[in-house]
Design a binder for this molecule. Sequence first.
Ligand SMILES: [Zn+2]
Length: 190
Amino acid sequence: MKALIARRIVFDSFERIHERTNRALVLNSSFQPVKLVSWQKALILWFQGKVEILEYHHVAARSASSSFKLPSVMRLKRYVNPRRSTRLKFSRENIYLRDSYTCQYCAEQFPAKELTLDHVVPASKFGRKDWTNVVTACRDCNHKKGNRTPLGAGMPLLNEPRIPTWLPVTQPNFQIENMPEEWRPYLGTG
Ligand SMILES: [Zn+2]
């Protein structure tokens, strides 16, 4: 029932919702960061009684009859084993997060819009599209590497690509310009 209400919530002005405030940081019951969730998922977790809210964003979501402050930091009431429970979605954003928005060839950091995904072993050479064969690359490096392996192109990788057990939000250079202030103490970067 409450989840239904959550789905009916609409913002009075969706355009005003900034990237900083549309996600919530979820902590384990032990206060370790587990993952980021959308504001919709955050409200549903709260309606379901699975989390306690530790911090709020400074914007509210409104339905016809009520208004909710959006959660910014939430703590799970029951401990979850991150290795077993968090199956991270293979996606562009998660690859960028894993690699800290850093080109894995020239080691420079870029905003998302200037980044690309690179197949370490090119798809044309039967390289798989998965966590261990896809890395973050800037446009220049991706172009320069072309249809070659790192060895063939003489462009060694910064890090060996791995399947992350949870999003590496504790890395100090994680989207620092987009991180809400109130997350810092929980990520050990404050
Ligand atoms: Zn590069």
